[in-house]
Design a protein around this ligand. Structure first.
Ligand code: DAH
Length: 343
């Protein structure tokens, strides 16, 4: 018996050395301890044929050996499982401190936003507040308060989106709609710009879009003059397109200013020589402006005998097109990556 046990122990230990994974460990366990025909089980079964005394002795030896072998199995099993987990951790682990080395595609600002920020910085450097106005606006602030009464033909200049069921609401056609709101909200004196989206019921073509951007400005004070207006606008034009840029103002009618002007600068592409973009005139129109009409000041509750001011409106989308030589305004709102990735 003793010999048999020694042999089984040796066999077991020998085969254990070859075990390299959980599966082969399980088959080793089966080989020795399977209930049906395990080598060790068979020895146990043989006990019943021994005499009482021998059975007792052999039983003791067998049980001791069983404990030893089971211990070996158990230890090997944990060893294999730990190794397996280690492998897994190694494979799955990430170094969170490692910088990303792949081809990282970052987003960037839209060209309209780039120009808007540049203008905001310019105006802020001259002491202007930057504010935001509502895109859904009352008919009153968009037109009536700006000296355009309901039956005035000037309403025809801007094709308006009216809101169904709310005839007194419109999608603002101009950022000028914030002029009276601004004076009511902040009082005077005042220096403020409002960049933002405006909407017109246009059939679109390369020069017209239903949604585009403007930048409105208003300055009100006790001795604000036309010359101040010219100075501010010239500073902006040079800031945007370079020191050599020249500006000219020509009379134009806008209901909310008197006198009103249209502002042109020397073409940024041909420097005034004349090209396709400026239609060979050497000049490009970039804003409307003028001295705030007394009726507008009155609507805002400002005494026009004491205060004057000027207002101006840049076509922001137009500035973007001129700056980057974009030939079709519809690219700006298209969301087309082939266009956007060029900036
Ligand atoms: N709101 C005008 C437009 O959309 C632009 C404009 C002209 C704004 C004259 C002004 C201004 O403030 O004084 O065509």
């Amino acid at each position: 018996m003793q010999e048999k046990l020694e042999k089984i122990k040796k066999d077991f230990e020998l085969q254990m050395q070859k075990v390299s994974d959980v599966l082969s460990l399980e088959s080793l366990e089966q080989k020795f301890f399977s209930r049906k025909n395990g080598e060790f089980t068979d020895l146990m079964k043989g006990l019943k044929d021994l005499s009482d005394e021998k059975r007792k002795e052999a039983g003791l030896l067998l049980n001791t050996l069983k404990g030893e072998l089971e211990n070996l199995l158990h230890n090997k099993k944990s060893e294999l499982e730990n190794a397996q987990m280690g492998d897994l951790f190694q494979k799955e682990s990430i170094d969170v401190t490692q910088p990303y080395l792949g081809n990282l595609q970052k987003g960037h600002l839209h060209p309209s936003t780039l120009i808007q920020y540049q203008l905001e910085d310019l105006f802020a450097s001259m002491g202007f507040m930057v504010w935001d106005g509502p895109e859904l606006e009352s008919d009153y602030y968009n037109f009536t308060a700006l000296n355009v009464p309901p039956d005035h033909p000037a309403r025809d200049m801007q094709d308006t989106f009216y809101v169904k069921g709310h005839s007194d609401w419109v999608m603002r056609t101009q950022t000028s709609s914030f002029q009276v709101r601004a004076m009511q909200k902040f009082g005077v004196p005042l220096k403020l710009i409002v960049p933002g989206r405006v909407f017109r019921n246009e059939s679109t073509d390369p020069r017209h879009e239903h949604t585009f951007y403007q930048l409105e400005g208003i300055v009100v004070g006790k001795d604000v003059s036309f010359a101040d207006m010219k100075g501010v606008l010239e500073t902006v034009a040079k800031g945007l397109y370079g020191e050599e840029t020249q500006m000219r103002l020509r009379p134009k009618f806008y209901p909310f200013v008197e006198p009103g002007v249209n502002g042109e600068i020397t073409c940024s592409l041909c420097k005034g020589k004349g090209c396709r973009v400026c239609k060979y005139t050497g000049w490009m129109e970039i804003f409307g402006a003028g001295m705030v009409h007394p009726n507008v000041l009155k609507e805002a509750g400002v005494d026009s005998n004491e205060y004057q001011g000027f207002a101006f409106g840049f076509g922001l989308s137009r500035l973007v097109m001129l700056k980057y030589g974009i030939e079709d305004v519809r690219h700006l709102q298209s969301g087309d990556l082939r266009f956007l990735s060029q900036f």
